[in-house]
Write a protein that binds this ligand. Structure first.
Ligand SMILES: Nc1ncnc2c1ncn2[C@@H]1O[C@H](COP(=O)(O)OP(=O)(O)O)[C@@H](O)[C@H]1O
Ligand SMILES: [Mg+2]
Length: 223
């Protein structure tokens, strides 16, 4: 199993958000967590990504605990990437989208030269259906859907194994939403990346997921 959560519990100031939540996702699986607003979906995503500490329970990635004695140990090689709800908040407004992708490629020495990084950036942007006319644009010159696709392209620079999309399409119009969901589908089918889609949108979740969990009153149940 790629990611496995076992009996995770979390309370905020005495208010129980997650109660013995267990969950798993395998390689190349498209799994969703559904639930109405305020049920704790983002809290669960943040526990996986290390920004919220669970009270009890265990979470492991490829057999290695992510949380151990209260400390988060990130999966190696940035294997887990979060796609947030608000793409514009995660992109530098002064940077072109090509530069936004070249930065991690050069910083992590994935590309050996600026020209190689630029070529890889353009390749990833094209894969996300962002054409050459958009390569030099800054976030302010993009639609929400285009910005979200640029952000997905940026997360792919680090060849993640698991993408967590926390309401990543809920700010978008229906056609941009379909675009992004189709991109996730292709990543699952062609690259065997795992996608965890977190959404309150039941028809959307039911149309794309291989398995679905429902989060309700702190309980995470497979349906
Ligand atoms: N840092 C925090 N401190 C206190 N309460 C929080 C915090 N983060 C979230 N909550 C509360 O926990 C509940 C679940 O929040 P959240 O995980 O964001 O739900 P969802 O993503 O399903 O809408 C909400 O009632 C929210 O107000
Ligand atoms: Mg949320």
């Amino acid at each position: 199993m790629m990611l496995k959560a076992d009996k995770v519990t979390k309370a905020y100031g005495g208010k129980r958000i997650l109660q013995d939540a267990s969950f798993h996702i395998g390689k190349g699986e498209f799994v969703s967590i559904m639930g109405t607003s305020g049920e704790g979906k983002s809290t669960f995503a943040r526990i996986i990504c290390g920004t919220v500490r669970p009270d009890t329970g265990s979470i492991s990635f490829e057999g290695t605990p992510l949380w151990h004695t209260g400390t988060y140990h990130p999966a190696s090689n940035y294997a887990i990437q979060l796609i947030p709800q608000q793409p514009f908040a995660s992109l530098d407004p002064r940077q072109t989208i090509t530069a936004a992708l070249m930065e991690p490629l050069l910083f992590h020495k994935i590309s050996r030269s600026r020209s190689e990084a630029q070529a890889r950036a353009h390749e990833l942007l094209s894969q996300m259906h962002l054409g050459p006319e958009l390569f030099s644009r800054r976030p302010g010159e993009l639609s929400g859907g285009q910005a979200q696709r640029a952000l997905i392209a940026r997360s792919l620079t680090l060849t993640p194994k698991l993408l967590i999309a926390d309401e990543a399409t809920s700010m978008l119009d229906v056609s941009s939403q379909t675009d992004i969901i189709n991109i996730f589908r292709t990543l699952v089918e062609k690259e065997h990346i795992s996608v965890l889609l977190i959404s309150h949108d039941q028809p959307l979740v039911e149309s794309v997921s291989q398995r679905i969990y429902q989060l309700s009153h702190g309980k995470l149940m497979e349906i």
